[in-house]
Design a binder for this molecule. Sequence first.
Ligand SMILES: [Zn+2]
Length: 403
Amino acid sequence: MRRAFKLRAYPTRPQERRAVRLLADHCDLYNAALQERREAWRMSNVRISYGDQSAQLKEIRAVDPDGQGRHSFTAQQQTLRRLNVVFAAYFKRVRKAEQGRKQAGIGQKPQQRTVGYPRFKPFQRFDQVLFVAGDGARWEPADGGRWAHATLRAVGRVKANQHRPVVGRVKTLQLKREGRRWYVIVVTENETMPLAPTSRSVGVDVGVARFLTTSDGEMVANPRFLDAAQERIADLQRRMQRARPGSGNRRRLRRALAKEWRKVRNQRRDFHHKTARALVDSCDTIALEDLRVAAMTASASGTAEHPGRNVAAKAGLNRSILDAGWTQFTSILVAKAESAGRRVILVSPAYTSIDCHTCGAKCTRPRQDTVVCPLHGDLDADLNGARNIATRAGLGSGQAFAA
Ligand SMILES: [Zn+2]
């Protein structure tokens, strides 16, 4: 797992001048790369990739030995990568806007959404450069004394106040300017700390009726705090819509609404961490469905934060799916498992909840929480699903081992 430590840095005057120059040179590189992409697109509809631009770096450095040539090659690659991220987000917005226009359909007023092309960064707002540790950058932790040091190519050995211990293996060092202050952001990666084996392996089904069910019969209910929060949010939203636009009251209500959402997100994340922790502590191997929740809920238009106006039943179901937050839970679980040396197996979700776990017959699903096998009768849908997931992942029968 990666962690970031943001520490105040105190460059000397000459170091500061060089740091300002570093930012300026990287800003130039960023803007030149942006211009290249822009012109290639305008003149010949050609898309330029990160790979294309990175390949030109060698040449750029060679012709400008006192400028670009002085800087760390890998740091320059990181700056080009930053631009690449900006473009990836831009293309995503373009696709989304196109989809929106298609969905609006004929006869309806098309949603006018203009998507801004990535802009040049003014020098004042280009405020950080990322170095890869061990390549043009070195970190020396505070050793008994007060100062730690970051040695950065083309800047020098800058002292930093290590107000808390930097743990883990140092991966990158970022030099950042905020107003008149300077910071070094040290990003580290934690070594895995393997937990003792438990000889328990489970399939896990996440569902709507229940948050999760394991193949050996453990059940975790959906957290109920979401219901209460939903009521408060709906109420605040109604009041905000009635408030006069631009009024102080409306502003206050919007702030209250944002706070309410923040609270829900925090509670949900906390719940996911605790639930994942318990599973990782108690299982060697965890199998679960590779759910692309986004695909399942996309049709409801809008997110949990900004629900669309849909058929009530469908919106209700989608709401519960989003509230359960499976994708977040999955990524938390995978991260925890990784750092504990546990195994996570993601299986394809097709039919895991509809086939009978014991005989494989196709079941019917009269209700969300029940499947009916022609041979074995009523089964708990989630438990049946969890056992199918375990089998699919190759974890034997998926049922509890005999004691
Ligand atoms: Zn059956």
